[in-house]
Ligand binder design. Sequence first.
Ligand code: CTP
Ligand code: ZN
Length: 156
Amino acid sequence: MGSEKGARREMSVSAIRNGTVIDHIQNEATFKVAEILRLAQEQHTVLVGMNLPSGKVGKKGIIKIESRELTPQEVNKIALIAPQATLNIIQDYEVAEKRSVELPERVEGIVRCFNPSCITNRQAVSTCFDVIASDPVGLRCVYCERVMTGPDIILK
Ligand code: CTP
Ligand code: ZN
């Protein structure tokens, strides 16, 4: 029975026909990305890989979603927790578009402030942060000036 040498270049997670591939996810962030995208409720095919070898990052995660495009809001959220991720739009099995996620200069509404006495946690004021560092991501609350990085960053 055939284990073929030529199979070395095979994808460790199957190709999709149309949809989005989020590649080069920092391994530990893979399930967080799945959560952001509410993949538990997704109706189309979802393929998830983790602990895959990756030149740059060591180990990486990958998520493939058939028949789905991400919204700018979803891309911004992914950028906060997986700044090295790349997005590939797949059309008819080909990579039609490839780009890296980009951090915005300001993040409005999608992150909670870590400071319990911040006005955004006490009144109906939506949050707003300046992005002050990119990898790891650093955010500074424009209201209380608290700086949050890495695991402090809690998405709403
Ligand atoms: N991919 C897929 N289905 C396809 C085509 C590509 O799932 N029909 C996935 C590949 O598995 C890969 C990503 O989309 O994870 C990007 O494909 P490609 O650009 O061909 O791969 P690489 O050259 O390895 O990408 P990069 O340079 O971004 O590492
Ligand atoms: Zn604050």
